[in-house]
Design a protein around this ligand. Structure first.
Ligand code: ADP
Ligand code: MG
Length: 446
């Protein structure tokens, strides 16, 4: 479907036109009309398939076309697992609202709290945030979510992996179920934990699942190299990175220390490389990402910090120097390339220490990889024997995605059913509840 066929507000169409996009991607085609109709969504589709616009556009359309429940509270809250990703989404949102009277603010850990507090006092309609810092502000009553209309969790599963379950529940409690619509997005949403959270946060969700999350991305060419030991791995790595076809590359390592060590190794060899990891100050993290996006250096060596969501078109290659411990991170890491229909290449280096993590990935993806070999660097390592595993408990049938969705449908958490007094744009019209007395004076700037 073309973007002009959805009935979007003209200001949105103008921005889309400015971006040069004409046709919606599949996930956009399927998710946007349902989101505009006011439904809760649980959306999974492969990396690089355009999920960000699949939630930003309906959010913008709603804010442009539907009267706010509250002039004070944010109308749209977008939560993301990492600061880098939040910044990227914030930048995209800003492109859309540039020139309008709408306000957006970004709330991230590691940045100035007081400044964020001031920005929140300006009553932005949109907040893009990482969960920890947002909850700090909620606890200090620097913002309220009673009037929230849209709660969006991008990379929802990763937020749980990072231990944000309590923060997400806190946000859920602060934002009225009756009033808000909730959208979950990720390339991987099959975990039991996600179903638990979905059951709590979503009401009668519409499921968009484009391909199994474990289908291998056809735009990414996967190559796997066996390595005997660290020296051999480094030799394989340096040989791979020599290739002229590499525009920009993200190298993933298991440890923060290795990001620094490998970046140094590459710089010593005459490449331009920089390390990204959670030990860097926020300003250093910003600088590294900005410089990489501008193409000021060629190799970004990162922990899983850069595994999710980051969208940089010139990343032609991804190298897994180590194999991720969490199998689904393989899908996300390699998904930093091959975006928006372009081709990408992913190389994975598998040494003895990586072997069982690698097998876990093969099991997750339900496929066996063939191994590639570089001339002069043939490995003698051929893999390890299968691990003897204690018989595992039968998977709890009650937490598989479909069973959980059925449960949510049958028993929408005893929440009130969605209203259906849709206005012309398909969004539901609600009345704002009275705010509980907080003892905090209302901001009178509005
Ligand atoms: P995902 O979140 O699914 O990994 P993104 O939302 O980051 O994917 O989008 C991947 C890339 O595709 C981005 O560069 C984005 O600008 C581009 N893109 C999104 N929608 C379209 C579209 N309809 N047509 C062309 N490119 C698009
Ligand atoms: Mg994304």
């Amino acid at each position: 479907m073309q973007f002009t066929d959805f009935g979007f507000d003209a200001r949105i169409l103008k921005a889309i036109h400015h971006l040069g996009f004409e046709d919606a991607t599949e996930v956009q085609n399927r998710a946007i009309p349902e989101a505009m109709a006011g439904r809760d969504l649980l959306v999974s589709s492969k990396t690089g398939s355009g999920k960000t616009l699949a939630y930003l556009i309906p959010a913008l359309h709603r804010v442009y076309r539907v009267k706010a429940l509250s002039n004070r509270d944010a109308r749209v809250l977008i939560l993301l697992p990492t600061r880098e990703l939040a910044k990227q989404v914030f930048a995209q949102l800003r492109l859309f609202i540039a020139g309008s009277k709408l306000r957006a603010t970004i709330i991230l850990g590691g940045e100035n709290f007081n400044e964020q507090q001031k920005n929140l006092q300006k009553n932005p309609q949109f907040i893009v945030a990482t969960p920890g810092r947002l909850v700090d502000h909620l606890k200090q009553r620097n913002l309220f979510l009673d009037g929230l209309e849209l709660l969006i969790l991008d990379e929802a599963d990763r937020m749980l992996d990072l231990g944000f379950a309590d923060e997400l529940k806190f946000v859920d409690d602060a934002a009225s179920h009756r009033l808000r619509q909730t959208l979950f997005f990720s390339a991987t949403l099959d975990k039991a934990e996600i179903n638990e959270l979905a059951q709590r946060l979503l009401k009668e969700p519409y499921r968009v699942a484009i391909g199994a999350s474990t289908d291998l991305h056809t735009d990414i060419q996967q190559q796997v190299y066996l390595c005997d030991h660290l020296d051999h791995k480094e030799a394989v790595f340096l040989r791979l990175i020599e290739q002229k076809s590499i525009k920009q590359v993200i190298v993933f390592t298991a440890t923060k220390a290795d990001t620094v060590r490998l970046a140094q190794l590459l710089n010593d060899q005459g490449y331009s490389a920089a390390a990204l990891n959670g030990d860097l100050s926020q300003s250093a993290r910003n600088k590294v990402m900005n410089d990489f996006m501008k193409g000021l250096f060629h190799v970004l060596v990162s922990t899983d910090l850069a595994a999710r969501g980051i969208d940089i078109g010139s990343v032609s290659h991804v190298i897994n120097f180590d194999i991720p411990k969490q199998a689904e991170e393989f899908i996300h890491r390699t998904g930093r390339t091959g975006r928006a229909g372009f081709q990408g290449n992913a190389y994975s280096l598998v040494g003895p220490k990586d072997w069982y993590n690698f097998v876990a990935i093969e099991n997750l993806l339900e496929r066996k990889f063939e191994f590639d070999v570089l001339e002069g660097l043939e490995p003698s390592f051929k893999g390890l024997k299968p691990k003897k595993v204690a018989p595992t408990k039968v998977k709890n049938k009650n937490t598989t995605p479909d069973v959980v969705l059925e449960k949510v449908k049958k028993n929408p958490k005893k929440r009130k059913k969605q209203f259906h007094n849709n206005n012309q744009d398909g969004f539901e019209a609600f009345k704002m509840p009275k705010r509980k007395a907080t003892g905090i004076p209302l901001d009178d700037s509005e």
